[in-house]
Design a protein around this ligand. Structure first.
Ligand code: ADP
Ligand code: MG
Length: 532
């Protein structure tokens, strides 16, 4: 018995449409992209009931001729791509020629358009993918597209739409993304007759951000731009101190396309390293590369793209974020250091300069109050920065009595992999016999006993080799084992040297694991506590 039959056209169309259009926000996305591709200066969006009953987009772009508008609702009809080779030099949002066909398959669609200065244009109406009427109308140059009762012929899908306010929220986010990417286009959004967004032409994307971010976050944004032959990366990231549990905006653009990209998000968070303390930052970042390096055709909605070298992307982005935050902090740190050193001079050798509490914390008076330094965390930071220095060789000290440690089978199995990196970080080792390894040098900034070396190997055997910052992970462990411990008495000169070295670090406020090294208590805080 034959069981296979061809699906009716109407069903095929509905299935295909489902890949591109899944809710009102995806209609808005496709229509805005078309308006931008058409060179519009002004885009007006009107909605009814969260876009479920009406989505209307009015633009002043190049418009369409009568023949073009007839073709525009056909599957795979596009003015933007001539052959598959064109995919590699694409500069428009559209290229698949599917959006209008898909929208018309699942709604009642009307297009009113004119492509010249004649003031006479064309109106086309379609329903469930069938053209119902084409007629001449009066219309200035540009295009108006109205999408009525989305999914009226797909009741199950219509039933799955969320509340009007939720659908509206998604639409607003979609519009915001394009408005940020195109600050020179005027956007307005109104919903059920109420004006929700009015975004007049702005000078820069940053100007546009003002209405999307809290004032404090906006004022503390860090701007950056890094370029490389492969990739340009620019935008703004929020200062770590302004990060809260919930972010207001996290937006990534790849060649001006708003996209989701896990690699970039992970790299940005990595760049913030310990400074976020579990909070979420705001960011708007732009990545730009040649179309050949970016596959935009991996997903029907084009929300996701694939960059040619993900590893490079990750490293480039995280380093850029680190540099941006570091550069900004640098100024504060210099100021703080100057203040700190002036306070030290004020102590004039007589008040004891530093005071060690429980042989673990150092108290130091500063002009604005006092600070408490965690001696172990501070020493870890100092050693970490000393040994991960990029191009310089790490200064080492030869051990008069080389330390021999016996490794467990697991430790020994990773030994070959990490030997080179360890040596680059100042710890030179060789196999002595069997699973015994002899350690000949250690970085000159550390003190290490046999127990430290033994524990170091144990910790190193636990590090995930796939970690992108493998070398830094190893350096963190060396810093941890080589740093002065808690419960260790320090002399005045030792405390002073530690603090001076800490302030000479690029990132003195956090240990390599992200824990704070310094806590500051203001004099005003003390005064308040004592009711002064
Ligand atoms: P694509 O954008 O991938 O080409 P669409 O289905 O979105 O496919 O649009 C089909 C064609 O209709 C476009 O290539 C373009 O020529 C035309 N078009 C759509 N919207 C507009 C508009 N707002 N202004 C001018 N032309 C448009
Ligand atoms: Mg399109």
């Amino acid at each position: 018995m034959n069981r296979i039959k061809l699906l009716p056209d109407d069903t095929i169309r509905k299935i295909a449409a489902g890949e591109v259009i899944n809710r009102p926000a995806s209609v808005v996305k496709e229509l805005i992209e078309n308006s931008i591709d058409a060179g519009s200066q002004k885009i007006i969006i009107e909605l009814k009931e969260g876009g479920k009953n009406l989505i209307k987009i009015i633009d002043d772009g190049i418009g369409m001729s009568r023949d073009d508008v007839r073709l525009s609702v056909h599957e795979h009809a596009t003015s933007k791509l001539n052959s598959i080779d064109g995919l590699e030099s694409l500069t428009t949002y559209g290229f698949r020629g599917e959006a209008l066909a898909s929208i018309s398959a699942v709604s009642r669609l009307k297009i009113e358009t004119n492509d010249d200065d004649s003031n006479t244009g064309t109106s086309l109406s379609a329903e469930a993918g069938e053209i119902k009427e084409i007629k001449e109308i009066a219309r200035a140059k540009g295009t108006t597209i109205s999408v009525q009762t989305l999914f009226y012929n797909l009741p199950v899908r219509r039933g799955f739409l969320k509340s009007d306010s939720y659908e509206l929220k998604l639409i607003t986010e979609t519009i915001s993304a394009y408005a940020i990417a195109y600050p020179n286009i005027h956007f307005t959004l109104s919903s059920d007759g109420k004006e929700l967004l009015v975004l007049p032409k702005a000078d820069s994307f940053k100007e546009r951000l003002k209405i999307f971010l809290e004032k404090n976050v906006f004022l503390n944004l860090q701007e950056f731009r890094f370029t490389n032959p492969m990739l340009s990366f620019w935008g703004v990231i929020s200062a770590p101190e302004t990060a809260k549990t919930f972010y207001q905006l996290q937006q990534i653009f790849f060649n001006l396309r708003p996209v989701r990209n896990r690699t970039v998000v992970k790299a940005i968070y990595e760049g913030y390293s310990g400074t976020l303390r579990g909070n979420n930052p705001n960011f708007v970042v732009f990545l730009e590369t040649t179309p050949q390096n970016l596959d935009v055709n991996i997903h029907p909605t084009k929300n996701e793209v694939k960059f040619a070298d993900e590893r490079f992307l990750y490293d480039f982005v995280s380093e850029a974020v680190r540099k941006t935050l570091g550069v900004q902090k640098r100024a504060e740190i210099l100021e703080e250091t100057a203040l700190f050193q002036r306070s030290l001079l004020d102590m004039d050798g007589a008040i004891q300069g530093f005071w060690q509490l429980h042989s673990s914390y150092i108290f130091a008076q500063i002009q604005t109050g006092y600070c408490i330094i965690d001696q172990h965390a501070a020493a870890e930071r100092i050693i970490f920065e000393d040994i991960v220095k990029k191009d310089e060789k790490v200064a080492t000290q030869g051990l008069l009595f080389p330390i021999i440690v016996e490794l467990s089978p697991e430790e020994f199995s990773i030994y070959e992999d990490i030997k080179e990196t360890m040596s680059a970080l100042g710890i030179e080792t060789k196999v002595f016999s069997g699973r015994s390894v002899v350690c000949e040098t250690i970085p000159s900034s550390v003190t290490m006993t046999k127990t430290d070396i033994q524990e170091l190997f144990l910790e190193l055997s636990k590090i995930d080799k796939e970690k992108l910052s493998y070398k830094e992970e190893i350096a963190k462990q060396i810093a941890c084992k080589g740093a002065v411990k808690a419960n260790q008495r320090l002399s005045q000169p030792e405390m002073e040297a530690l603090i001076n070295k800490l302030f000479a670090c690029k990132d003195p406020y956090f240990c390599p694991h992200g824990r704070p090294t310094i806590i500051k208590i203001g004099r005003d805080e003390l005064d308040k506590k004592f009711g002064r």
